[in-house]
Design a protein around this ligand. Structure first.
Ligand SMILES: [Zn+2]
Ligand SMILES: [Zn+2]
Length: 88
């Protein structure tokens, strides 16, 4: 990436694993600008709240598209993913 201030290509200084030190971020990357001397620190957010895998179908009980957790039948109509593969 380039310097925020002067748009010169930054020099990568290193990655620091802060997974166990910070609640919200897992990695700190520092970069410095050889032109203006600006120091950039980039924090990479943690990805803990990963979206569970879902499958979707048009639910005739709910009369709308419903997202259901992988491997689980629909709460409303009881259909499973396999039953709905051809009905999307
Ligand atoms: Zn700069
Ligand atoms: Zn359904």
């Amino acid at each position: 990436m380039n310097c925020w201030h002067c748009n010169t290509k930054l020099i990568w200084g290193g990655d620091h694993d802060i997974d166990h030190e910070d609640e919200d971020y897992c990695m700190e990357t520092n970069l410095s600008c050889p032109n203006c001397g600006a120091f950039h620190v980039v924090y990479l957010p943690k990805n803990e709240t990963e979206e569970p895998e879902m499958w979707e179908h048009y639910c005739h009980e709910e009369k709308s598209m419903m997202a259901t957790g992988k491997g689980e039948p629909c709460n409303w109509c009881g259909k499973e993913e396999e039953d709905c593969e051809s009905c999307s």
